[in-house]
Design a binder for this molecule. Structure first.
Ligand code: T5A
Length: 212
């Protein structure tokens, strides 16, 4: 957790472009933690609180949201989420598994929308200075693979409706951050599910070992 003031719970985030298998593998992560008798909270961004879920509905299904408003709404939802759910859980020794976090703001608003990274960094500092995930699992696959998987489910939302170039920038930003930060584990999500889950299990077990 925070380097200065470690919290007893571990914070795991799952990231990647649409359709790479985040929801599918979060269920797998929950099963692993249950086998180790580790208490956890499973949550998502944007969302996770009443306010966050309302913002999510506007972000994904609202008509007009300009790019700066989109960035600010992501961080508004995140501030509430941290204050109401994530920090109290970690302080109580509960692990948190979060479907997306600030890396998604860098990837989608920074990479996809091409907003200034300095501004994202300022918001990150304002909202959660000193608190970063212990482990970020980046499920990575070519955009076409993720889109083909996601398309089988439901109609595209406001962000999913962006073009291929947008998602290629999103993916490139995730990959660049994975190289930059040690907390990342890069998982090849184009593999068959059993192989993906074997890789996730290895990363999780190593976190469980160092945190116990
Ligand atoms: N956002 C979010 C921002 O722009 N900025 C931010 O700061 C934040 C926090 C949220 C949206 O908000 C944006 C990003 C997003 O656009 P979301 O709820 O995270 O959206 O939804 P999506 O990313 O769109 O998630 P999806 O549900 O589309 O994809 P998942 O969860 O990655 O994929 P999943 O598990 O549903 O799997 C898709 C299909 O693939 C199959 C599954 O069975 C399923 O059918 N599958 C595989 N098939 C073969 N091989 C494998 N290895 C497979 N893994 C999964």
């Amino acid at each position: 957790m925070s380097v200065k003031d470690p919290l007893p719970g571990c914070f795991i985030t799952v990231e990647g472009i649409e359709g790479v298998g985040k929801s599918t593998n979060i269920q797998f992560i929950q099963d692993c933690l249950e086998r180790h008798n580790i208490p956890y909270l499973q949550t998502r961004e944007p969302g996770g609180t009443d306010l966050g879920e309302k913002l999510r509905a506007l972000l994904l299904h609202g008509a007009e949201v300009c790019d700066d408003a989109e960035l600010l709404m992501m961080f508004a939802a995140r501030a509430q989420h941290l204050s109401e759910k994530i920090k109290p859980a970690l302080q109580a020794g509960t692990w948190v598994i979060c479907d997306r976090f600030t890396d998604s703001s860098y990837a989608y608003q920074g990479g996809g929308r091409q907003l200034k990274l300095d501004n994202i960094q300022r918001l990150e500092h304002l909202v959660h200075a000193g608190l970063q995930p212990n482990l970020t699992l980046l499920l990575d696959a070519p955009v076409e693979v993720g889109r083909a998987r996601a398309a089988k489910r439901s109609a595209a939302d406001r962000i999913e409706a962006q073009d291929l170039a947008f998602f290629n920038r999103v993916r490139a930003m995730f990959l660049s951050r994975a190289k930059e930060f040690e907390r990342y584990t890069l998982i090849d999500a184009a593999q068959p599910l059993a192989r993906v889950q074997a890789d996730i299990k290895q990363a999780l077990e190593s976190l469980i070992r160092v945190s116990s």
